[in-house]
Unconditional design. Structure first.
Length: 243
């Protein structure tokens, strides 16, 4: 285990209990990860792999998840919903056919968070504000503290009627530093226009869900999303607010 993974691994039983309690109290039931449609087969076979494992297995990959302020790479998931703004950008600006995988179930989420080292970023980990916090206080990204920081700023939460399970900043991320087994993947949300091709290529699977919204199969109001994004984008002064 690398020094970074060792530092962010949750080992204290009391902290694990606090994380489990947060999952239950906020009724968090799903984690999401969007990826290129061509990755379905390798993820189903090997799981979500860290960069070293991808290279060792010579698996082609797109969007390696590198962040300038991190000394390495990670596997990026989000709580209770995909990162819509980033997904929209990649789908339309880059033209990538994307699917969304879902890890469903509070018990599965608790197991993953207790077994796999993770960095909990309160906002987009590529932003200057997040990088500034990382450089001054990396403990803010660790364990229960990092997870709690994703739910700060009560006024903003009330303004947008956010549910308890929704992070304040929709671009907040959990960056896992080791591989996630394919056994945790519950469902694949596949856009309607790509669904038949996916079935033809990978077979008709119970975990395949023809999606009209979650995987960006429908309309997306980019103007509204940008306005909301500005107000919900995480800032360092949120740390002084209660959750």
């Amino acid at each position: 285990m690398s020094s970074l993974s060792s530092y962010f691994a949750v080992k204290n039983p009391l902290e694990i209990e606090k994380i489990d309690k947060l999952i239950d109290e906020r009724r968090i039931k799903s984690l999401y990860h969007f990826t290129h449609i061509s990755h379905i087969a390798s993820i189903q076979e090997f799981g979500l792999l860290d960069m070293n494992s991808l290279n060792q297995k010579s698996i082609p990959h797109i969007n390696n998840g590198k962040r300038d302020f991190l000394p390495g790479y990670g596997i990026f998931l989000s709580i209770s919903g995909p990162n819509d703004y980033m997904r929209f950008h990649k789908r339309f600006s880059i033209g990538m056919p994307l699917v969304v995988l879902e890890i469903e179930g509070a018990d599965s989420i608790k197991q993953i968070l207790s077994q796999i080292p993770f960095i909990a970023s309160p906002g987009n980990s590529g932003s200057r504000e997040v990088a500034k916090l990382w450089n001054s206080n990396p403990d803010s990204f660790r364990g229960i503290n990092g997870l709690q920081n994703q739910f700060r700023n009560t006024p903003i939460r009330e303004q947008y009627f956010l549910h308890a399970h929704e992070p304040t900043d929709p671009q907040s991320e959990i960056i896992f530093l080791s591989s996630i087994s394919s056994t945790f993947v519950t469902r694949w949300h596949i856009p309607e226009k790509h669904f038949d091709d996916a079935v033809l290529k990978y077979g008709d699977q119970d975990c395949f869900h023809k999606d009209y919204k979650l995987s960006q199969g429908g309309q997306y109001d980019i103007k509204k999303a940008r306005e909301e994004k500005e107000l919900r984008t995480w800032r360092i002064d949120w740390l002084g607010q209660n959750i």
